[in-house]
Design a protein around this ligand. Structure first.
Ligand code: DOR
Ligand code: ZN
Length: 350
């Protein structure tokens, strides 16, 4: 039986577009379905000031596919040297939408991240005053903390003290992976939300090791136990406005993932919407999909929902997604879900 749903066009509130040849090839994978995306600043070197953000935005616009209406929303990479004055003018002029906090060493290109959180208090204070949201990679990097505990420990040791000190600072806990993250966000009265990726709704930590090591299921924060995955699915499909989509689509060349020390990241821009339709249908919550992908994030960032629409169609046979994206720099593997997907985005989406 044919079945279709039509929703407000979605936004991606956490996206890695990279630069150069990779940017040019991955950008259409996002512009095809999404109207806006929050662009992560972890380039080498990172996007740390207005000059960098203007230049990076221009490089994105320069390779925009013809006819695309996509709006890249830029971010600064928070460092201990971020200039509050520059940040203020960048936010107030609309150049940036938020600031991203990476604890030093937490993930790909986080070498310039924050070591001592006390050293960014003046910046957080200014962000509070001007209403600029802080997007947080919520993992501690202390070597003595187990990789599977890093999110829970971050919430306790870093995030909660920041929220106590700056209760009026708007914060997004990015790509949550644990029941601890879900509960913490649910319990906050205001000014706290979380993004959830599609891949964390499919993967638990076993999936990374089934039949051998699977580098394309390795991302950060790493997938956790099954009970955490189930909590994420419940949160994403619940209709709670504090949870919204940020794909964390993070392309890396296959040569850099399929190697002795492979990079973290799943490339999901191409098939996220189909994957999510499957999740929401499996949870009997298709009626909550639009909130998660197209309303809650816009509301958090104080922008109107998109006027465009997107149609998803239920298929009789499992959909076979392309295995990879060819770029001038090499191949990038597209996230292959660990279950059959019976949804695809309609070509007639407006
Ligand atoms: O898996 C990840 N990849 N997690 C991140 O936080 C960064 C991202 C990347 O930039 O590759
Ligand atoms: Zn990311």
């Amino acid at each position: 039986m044919a079945k279709a749903i039509n929703i407000i066009q979605p936004d991606d509130w956490h996206l890695h577009l990279r630069d150069g040849a990779l940017l040019q090839s991955v950008l259409p994978e996002s512009t095809r379905h999404f109207n806006r995306a929050l662009i992560m600043p972890n380039l080498v070197p990172p996007v740390v000031n207005s000059q960098d953000a203007i230049a990076y935005k221009q490089r994105i616009l320069n390779v925009m596919p013809e006819g695309a209406k996509f709006e890249p929303k830029m971010t600064f990479y928070l460092t201990e040297d971020t200039d509050p004055k520059d940040l203020t003018s960048a936010f107030e002029s609309g150049l940036i939408t938020s600031v991203k906090l990476y604890p030093v060493g937490a993930t790909t290109n986080s070498e310039s991240g924050v070591k001592n959180f006390d050293n960014v208090h003046n910046i957080l204070e200014r962000m509070t005053e001007i209403g600029c949201p802080l997007c947080v990679h919520g993992e501690v990097t202390d070597e003595d903390v187990d990789i599977f505990d890093r999110e829970a420990v971050f919430i306790e040791r870093i995030l909660d003290p920041i929220r106590q000190k700056f209760p009026n600072l708007k914060i997004v806990l990015e790509h949550i992976t644990t029941i601890n993250g879900v509960e913490y966000v649910k319990s906050a009265e205001h000014n706290l939300a979380a993004t959830i990726t599609a891949h964390h709704l499919f993967l638990n930590r076993n999936h990374i090791f089934i039949g051998g090591i699977r580098p394309h299921y390795y991302c950060l924060p790493i997938a956790k136990r099954e009970k955490h995955r189930l909590a994420l699915r419940e949160a994403a499909t619940s209709g709670n406005k504090k949870f919204f989509l940020g794909t964390d689509s993070a392309p890396h060349l296959d040569t850099l993932k399929e190697t002795a020390c492979g990079c973290a990241g799943c490339f999901t821009a191409s098939n996220t919407m189909a994957l999510l339709a499957q999740v929401f249908e499996d949870e009997n919550k298709l009626n909550k999909l639009e909130g998660f992908t197209s309303r809650h994030g816009a509301s958090f960032y104080n922008v109107p929902p998109n006027t465009g629409r997107l149609t998803l169609i239920k298929t009789d046979e499992p959909v076979s997604f392309p295995k990879n994206l060819t770029t001038a720099a090499g191949n990038v593997t597209i996230f292959a879900p660990n279950q059959a997907i019976y949804w695809r985005v309609s070509d007639n989406t407006t």
